[in-house]
Design a protein around this ligand. Structure first.
Ligand code: DSN
Length: 422
């Protein structure tokens, strides 16, 4: 087992009191250190963020907002929340920030609560084409309480079909249009979405969970000037604690705040709020900007390298941190590729590709992201090797041979350790 040098004395207390959980924490640290973490929505957050997240701020109830709480003793956590809000507004040039959502799905639910009523029409990219559960999936509140209409990506280019977005908006006059996705490797044209929303009098909500870190690092254009509301998670490329956040125009501030509390959530997780403040400070630095740019360079190089192995990147490549791979040419399903990757210690997820002939639990694709390996310090030079390891894995039909690939994965990971020992 490896030693978690960054956790300090608290970990020793945990080890003594609850060795079973302590061992699991160590095992997970070991897993993160020894494999390749390629899940596009994950990252390796800093020890400073982890320290704030695992702090006594977890003990405090603080329903309400700074200066307007329903509990006493909030003078310290008020300052933490104010720091998080001010840093978010400054980093993103936003008029208003709410840092309390517990997750991205909670942030999205708050946007629905602020702007829509059950039964309203909402126009979004379908889950099957790269959207999100909260964008109108029939198994989610958004598909059950609202009336979703879904736009698609073009079959020929696999880019969003903006003509279709406009046509559907004009036909259905949705109350809210959602831009943003979880498995779309390209930039989203927020200016076109704004134009369309204005044409039909709709609210424009951008679900920026996947790419907000690239925006924070000034590596891609920001949705903030265009959107009424921008919802996101704080733990993906942004590299913060697990949680959510909402940015909005000042005119929507009251509605958004009321939607988060008391309409949708109770007490905020003040430890998470403080940890969000910590990451927002990190994101305003040049090293973070360099990181964000490198995440994209790595993803683009990885996409090109995977293509040379016959693993086709959907839409021909990527502008962001993720690559969606069509495995149909390799004769393996997403499900089986994910299983093989688990054996070789490459952690990624199966994913539907646009117009996928397979059901979602099988799928014809895998989604690969570079946030974590870039945090570990890998650059373009390593992407050829990462691509070879993925290709050797997904094409390997003999599980025993995958153990040899795992040894190569471990060798590469050891050169770029997650949470390096002091
Ligand atoms: N679960 C996230 C993802 O992996 O993209 C979306 O919420």
């Amino acid at each position: 087992m490896t030693s978690p040098t960054f956790w300090g004395p608290d970990f020793e207390a945990l080890e003594q009191q609850d060795p079973e959980i302590a061992q699991l924490l160590l095992a997970e640290l070991d897993r993160q250190r020894t494999g390749l973490q390629l899940i596009a929505s994950e990252n390796l957050t800093s020890p400073a963020v982890l320290a704030a997240f695992g702090s006594v701020l977890s003990n405090k109830y603080a329903e309400g907002y700074p200066g307007r709480r329903y509990y006493g003793g909030c003078e310290v956590v008020d300052r933490a929340e104010e720091l998080a809000i001010n840093r978010a507004k400054e980093l993103f040039g936003a008029e208003h920030a709410n840092v309390q959502p517990h997750s991205g799905a909670s942030a999205n639910l708050a946007a629905y609560a602020a702007f829509t009523k059950p039964g309203d029409k909402v126009l979004a990219l379908s889950l099957a084409q790269g959207g999100h559960l909260t964008h109108g999936s029939p198994v989610n509140f958004s598909g059950q309480w609202f009336n979703p209409i879904h736009y698609t990506v073009r079959k020929d280019t696999e880019f969003i079909d903006y003509d279709e977005v406009r046509a559907l908006a004009i036909e259905h006059r949705p109350r809210m249009i959602i831009a943003g996705a979880t498995a779309y490797p390209r930039l989203v044209d927020f200016a076109i979405f704004r134009e369309i929303a204005d044409e039909v009098g709709a609210i424009l909500m951008v679900d920026a969970a996947h790419f907000i870190g690239l925006v924070a690092g000034k590596a891609i254009p920001s949705p903030v000037p265009y959107a009424d509301v921008v919802c996101f998670t704080t733990h993906k490329v942004l590299r913060g604690p697990r949680g959510g956040m909402i940015l909005s125009k000042a005119e929507h501030a009251k509605e958004i705040d009321k939607a988060v509390f008391p309409k949708m959530q109770g007490g905020p997780l003040m430890n998470a709020v403080a940890a969000k403040a910590v990451v927002l400070k990190e994101c305003a630095t040049k090293p973070y900007q360099n990181y964000a740019a490198q995440v994209i360079k790595n993803a683009q190089t990885l996409a090109a390298e995977l293509n040379t192995h016959g693993l086709r990147p959907v839409s021909g490549g990527t502008d962001t941190h993720l690559v969606l791979i069509d495995l149909q040419g390799a004769g393996v399903t997403g499900k089986e590729a994910e299983r093989r990757c688990d054996i070789s210690k490459i952690t990624l997820n199966k994913n539907s590709i646009p117009y996928d002939p397979q059901p979602p639990m099988i799928s014809s694709g895998i989604r690969v992201g570079t946030p974590s390996i870039t945090t570990q310090g890998m650059q373009e030079a390593q992407m050829a090797e990462v691509a070879t390891l993925i290709a050797d894995t997904v094409k390997e039909t003999d599980d025993n041979k995958l153990k040899a690939v795992a040894a190569r994965v471990n060798e590469l990971a050891a050169k770029f350790p997650a949470y390096p020992r002091a």
